[in-house]
Every structure is written in structure tokens, then in C-alpha cells.
Design a protein around this ligand. Structure first.
Ligand code: NAP
Length: 265
């Protein structure tokens, strides 16, 4: 099996990456950074986001495994001390492959439509002040948003930025997108729903901003500034991200351990 390792770049993650190569060499795993079947991310959830964006054009062929060198992550669930066990399992066993929903973002600009995939979320903010944008759901006007921004997250991204905004945590088996507001302006003149909205996979939303507005678009950790956006369509992608599971670690156990700190293992 062909594999690649992406590390966060800190001394511990780099050291573990070297150890991993040594542990799996001559045991049936072949390093192939161009077309890996398994990508081992060593660092944190942020490192896995980087690995995902690096191999985004291989979503049909690649599965991810995350090792954390800081705190327990949602994508990085193997501990540094377990690296040997992970390497052993990877050389001897076929993993269970779980597939989670992704967000598709279609930017309609004067140059045409460009498409992006988000593993966590897509965030939209105004660069020079308040974001003013019309939000349509399924091609019908839903609300006129005024405020700091809008975050549209995937189920696995619901534990990230979305959670800080008071959004719900969504189990990744529910293909959906969650729209959360960042500090919307609500008074007698301006009105937004004020609560998060969950769109099922057969729904979509369009964000139409004022023409002269400069926008900051953040897709996971990637920032793009543009002033020529006509519309942004957000939908659940037909593509899924695949994670290789060598042992069970239920989603609600991760949530409990990451946020509440109860470790019952
Ligand atoms: P960062 O600002 O260095 O780290 C953001 C934090 O989010 C890190 O602690 C990261 O975990 C954690 N994280 C990433 N994905 C997560 C997930 N699915 N569930 C729970 N926690 C998660 O930026 P970064 O490392 O490049 O990550 C980009 C992400 O930061 C964005 O996708 C967004 O979700 C998040 N973010 C959050 C806020 C907020 O909560 N107010 C604001 C902006 C961005 P690790 O330490 O394990 O890497």
C-alpha cells in the first residue's frame, strides 16, 4: 500500500514522522507522496486540514489517519505513544473506511465559476466592515444578513468554528450543512433568524453580496479576498472524505473526551 506522511513541522511531529517511516519500511507500505492511498497526518486537526487540501484532488482514492501531538483531536485521534501500534495495524490489517460529508462552495465571479471543497467549513466576512448579504435557500430569498459574517460548516466541522458560534454538533452520518451567524445585527430595521439552520443534502443556499463589497472567504484554513463575487452557492458535495479506522472511536466519545474531559478508557 502506498502512503504519505504530513507533519505539523514542530520537532515532536517531525520526529514521529521519521519514526513512522522506519516502523513501516520493508513491511508492505511504500512511501509515495504523489499518489498515496493512505495519508498519515501527524500534529493536530489543523494538520489534517492541510493534508486534506493537499490531496483534495484524490478524494476517491485516499484515506486519512490522524495522530495528535498536542491534545485529542476530531480528525487526529491516535496518540504519539500509540504510533508503533498504529504502524503495526497498518502493515497487517485492512482498515474500516468511514466516509464523511464535505461542503462544496461554488464561487460565481466575472471569470466564471470556481469550485472548492471544505472539510470543516466555509466562512464569509466583509473585509472593510459589516457583511451585507442576501441568503437564499433553495432559490428563494430567506433573509438579508447584516453582521460580522456567516459560517457554513460540515458535520465534522460542527465541532470547530461552528461550535464557538453556538451551533449544534452534528453527527457525521447526517449529510448536511449548518449555517451559523457571526454577530448579526438585529433591531427594528435589520432582522435575521438568529439561530443556526441545518440544510439536508438535497438543499442548497446561495449568498448574494452587495456588488461593491470586498469579501474575505475562508475555506477551512485557506483565506481568499475578492471583490468580484456575484454569488456563492453552498451545498453538500457528492464527494466524501474517507478516514481509515483501525479501531473504533465513536464520535460521541470524541466529543465527550475533547470537550468535557471525561476519559472512561
Ligand atoms: P488555528 O486557529 O490554528 O486552530 C483552530 C483550532 O481548531 C485548533 O485547536 C484545531 O485543533 C481546532 N480544530 C480544527 N478542526 C477542528 C474540528 N473539526 N473540531 C474541533 N476542533 C477543530 O487554525 P487551524 O489549525 O488552521 O484550523 C483552522 C480551523 O480553525 C478552521 O477550520 C475553523 O474551524 C477553526 N477556527 C475556529 C475559530 C473559533 O473557534 N472561534 C475561529 C477561526 C477558525 P488542533 O489544535 O488539533 O489543530
Amino acid at each position: 500500500m502506498k502512503y504519505a506522511v504530513i507533519d505539523r513541522g514542530d520537532p515532536l511531529s517531525k520526529k514521529l514522522a521519521e519514526q513512522f517511516h522506519t516502523l513501516v519500511s520493508n513491511k508492505g507500505l511504500v512511501q509515495d507522496d504523489q499518489s498515496p492511498e493512505i495519508v498519515v497526518s501527524i500534529g493536530g486537526d489543523g494538520t489534517l486540514l492541510q493534508a486534506f487540501h493537499l490531496y483534495m484532488n484524490r478524494m476517491h482514492d485516499v484515506a486519512f489517519v490522524g495522530v495528535h501531538t498536542g491534545h485529542l483531536g476530531f480528525y487526529a485521534d491516535w496518540q504519539a505513544e500509540e504510533l508503533e501500534e498504529l504502524a503495526e495495524l497498518m502493515t497487517k490489517h485492512e482498515p474500516q473506511r468511514v466516509r464523511y460529508p464535505l461542503a462544496q462552495i461554488d464561487l460565481d465571479t466575472a471569470e466564471g465559476v470556481s469550485t472548492y471543497l471544505a472539510l470543516n467549513e466555509f466562512a464569509l466576512k466583509g473585509v472593510n466592515g459589516t457583511l451585507v448579504a442576501q441568503i437564499n435557500i433553495n432559490d428563494e430569498m430567506f433573509e438579508m444578513f447584516r453582521g460580522d459574517g456567516i459560517v457554513i460548516s460540515t458535520p465534522t466541522g460542527s465541532t470547530a468554528y461552528n461550535k464557538s458560534l453556538g451551533g449544534a454538533i452534528i453527527h457525521p452520518s447526517i449529510p448536511s450543512l449548518q449555517i451559523a451567524e457571526i454577530a448579526s445585527i438585529n433591531n427594528r430595521v435589520y432582522r435575521t433568524l438568529g439561530s443556526s439552520v441545518l440544510l439536508p443534502e438535497h438543499h442548497h443556499c446561495d449568498i448574494l453580496s452587495r456588488k461593491e463589497q470586498k469579501l474575505l472567504l475562508t475555506i477551512d484554513h485557506v483565506n481568499i479576498e475578492r471583490d468580484d463575487i456575484r454569488a456563492i452557492r453552498c451545498s453538500v458535495s457528492d464527494l466524501r472524505v474517507c478516514f481509515a479506522r483501525y479501531r473504533s472511536f465513536p464520535f460521541w466519545t470524541r466529543v465527550r473526551e475533547a470537550f468535557l474531559g471525561y476519559d472512561v478508557k
